[in-house]
Ligand binder design. Structure first.
Ligand code: FEO
Ligand code: CA
Ligand code: CA
Ligand code: CA
Length: 603
């Protein structure tokens, strides 16, 4: 049968071998980069010059390693104006820079890397909906947020002693955002982004239970930023709490370029993959969030106040306060099949489903900690410890978690977990049924009464991923496995206009030997579970974003870390321009990749 989406029909592409350095789309589609690492945002004179980058120029250019992405289409201009919002998770210094020859050069490379982190807001324009965009240099909305941009802290832990440092004795203003991974656009038009692997940026005392639980240690960091800014050295007196100021959900308003971005303490602190918000039946909003670490947890925040659906500035201001006050829950999954039937091989139990019921266990209700022995500040700043205490379910790395705007069901990408069956670990469970989960799985959750504010739910696994040609433990919601595209390591998810799930992957080259890609999966009807590959990203890249506008036959992805295993002298990818050297660089200087936001359209 043909694909279901109206307006975005395609014949699935064949899986692309891992060594191929190409961006691959279905027959009949075109692609180009909208914006690339180093492209100028504020003046054309800030052009990318990889041999002569400075921190000052990078702060005025598009950052590195774009991950979360949305394309907000301006109202009232028939789809001709847009705003691109993305984050910049981290930097690949090994391919960005020639090896430094002096300490001063090494320090400047560190400052450039700091300016290549964070987020970007970029104004777009085009002739009409469905046509490719170009970005506008110097637009009033264009914005860079970096490792030094001031953020305002909101919520119950703002001003807490656990957030105070010598640089910020109030505990209310944090410089910068780091490790921004997935995210979500809110029903009120702002963008959320998750601070994920923040621990890698800090040298810390590493002696407390919390430091150990969050992976903070007393050893030099990989990037050595602590050598040029003692904020990154939490062993320095007065800086002990600096790592507590990262690991939050951040929110920016792309239409308010002068408004400080915020960090929301009410949503807890962990290795936040991202957050996606849906308005519940009662008008309260729920934010679904994953903590991306092996054996870590799935969370939900429910707002105290209700969403105001009016379009007025007053309603927008109110809605921007929704994530500052409410309740924080962690998920506990219970399987309905006998434990003996969960063998760790991924084989289905006798009832034919990995499924069961679940509970959202309250950690904090309306700003008050619900767990004996912990304060509210503990629950919000060291959330993992409090979630440990209530026996939350250990998951196989929750990446993106997103409610369907069509059905309200929630989809959780568990990317992989090779350690589940190891000695001393808990082994397979019905919600995480492989002892060695190389390829990951997708959990489908139905809230009781289909209400996002419920405290109980039903769940089942939609997909148990892998290449069915070489792996007998895959499951595609009952769809014949010989008729699907192989898929491994699901990471970011999105929905098209019709409610089909789209999944982007990170890690397939090392598990099934194919480049990462973007896949469509119908969720209802006879095609439920039919995974179809739409695109593949180049060698060593991860597929991020994605944004699906099926009514316009357009797809957008953020191509992260292309050619990441190369070096300055021996680059592994030339994406996206595929020229032997950069036009702006001296002869022979640069033939490397540029992480980019790509648009795919039907000419
Ligand atoms: Fe940055 Fe969890 O991927
Ligand atoms: Ca079952
Ligand atoms: Ca991710
Ligand atoms: Ca990932």
């Amino acid at each position: 049968g043909g694909p279901v989406s109206r307006g975005l029909a395609f014949t699935p592409i064949a899986p692309v071998p891992a060594a191929v350095d190409a961006f691959s789309v279905p027959a009949g589609y075109s692609w180009n980069p909208i914006i690339r690492w180093g492209d100028p945002l504020f003046a054309a004179t800030d052009r990318f010059d990889p041999e002569h980058q400075t921190a000052a120029s990078q702060a005025r250019q598009f950052g590195y390693n774009n991950d979360y992405l949305d394309i907000l289409e301006g109202p009232g201009r028939k789809g001709r104006d847009g705003i691109l919002v993305t984050n910049h998770e981290y930097t690949n210094e090994n391919i960005m820079f020639a090896p430094a020859t002096t300490p001063a050069e090494a320090d400047e490379q560190r400052r450039i890397a700091m300016m290549a982190h964070g987020m970007s807001v970029v104004a777009l324009e085009r002739k009409r909906a469905g046509q490719p965009w170009t970005y506008r240099v110097g637009d009033r909305l264009n914005r860079r947020i970096t490792a030094s941009t001031p953020f305002t802290v909101t919520g119950p832990a703002a001003g807490s002693d656990l957030l105070k440092t010598k640089g910020d004795p109030t505990g209310r203003t944090v410089l910068g955002t780091l490790g921004n991974c997935a995210g979500g656009t809110t029903p009120w038009g702002t963008v959320l982004s998750g601070e994920e692997n923040f621990n890698g940026y800090f040298r810390a005392n590493g002696t407390s239970t919390a430091d150990a639980r969050y992976g903070l240690a007393n050893r030099p960091t990989g990037r050595l930023w602590e050598q040029i800014d003692d904020r990154f050295d939490a062993t320095v007196a007065g800086n002990e709490n600096e790592p507590n100021r990262f690991g939050w959900i951040v929110e920016i308003d792309p239409e308010a370029p002068n408004e400080p971005p915020v960090k929301h303490t009410a949503l807890g602190r962990f290795k936040h993959e991202g957050a996606n918000v849906i308005v519940g039946k009662t008008g309260h909003v729920a934010a679904y969030m994953g903590d991306d670490e092996r054996f870590d947890y799935l969370y939900k925040f429910v707002s105290h106040d209700r969403f105001d659906k009016k379009k007025s500035p007053k309603a927008r201001t109110h809605n921007k306060s929704l994530l500052t006050r409410g309740s924080l829950y962690v998920a506990r999954f219970t399987g309905n099949s006998p434990a003996a039937e969960i063998t760790g091989t991924g084989q289905l139990p006798a009832d034919g489903q990995f499924d069961g019921t679940g509970q959202w266990v309250a950690l904090v209700i309306d700003g008050v900690c619900q767990v004996a022995g912990f304060t509210t500040d503990d629950a919000l700043v060291n959330t993992r410890l409090v979630a440990d205490a209530v026996g939350a379910t250990k998951m196989d790395r929750c990446e993106d978690v997103e409610p369907s705007p069509v059905t309200g069901k929630i989809y959780v990408a568990c990317t992989n977990n090779s350690d589940r069956g190891r000695l001393g670990k808990e082994g397979a469970t019905e919600a995480n049924p492989r002892a060695i989960n190389r390829d990951g799985h997708i959990v489908e959750i139905t809230e009781t009464g289909s209400d996002a504010t419920s405290v109980t739910f039903d769940w089942n696994l939609l997909l148990v991923c892998g290449d069915p040609k070489t792996n007998t433990s895959t499951y595609f919601a009952g769809f014949p496995s010989d008729k699907v595209s192989p898929i491994s390591c699901p990471d970011n998810v999105a929905f098209d206009t019709e409610g089909n799930l789209w999944i982007s992957t990170d890690g397939a080259p090392s598990t099934i030997g194919f480049c990462d890609g973007l896949f469509k999966v119908p969720l209802v009807g006879p095609e439920r579970g039919r995974v179809q590959q739409f695109l593949a990203v180049p060698r060593q890249a991860e597929t991020c974003g994605p944004v699906i506008r099926s009514e316009q036959s357009m797809v957008y992805v953020a191509v992260q870390h292309p050619g990441e295993d190369g070096s300055w002298a021996a680059q592994a990818s030339r994406f996206p321009d595929y020229v032997a050297q950069r036009a702006t660089a001296p002869a022979g200087a640069w033939a490397g990749p540029r992480p980019s936001v790509v648009q795919v359209w039907k000419p």
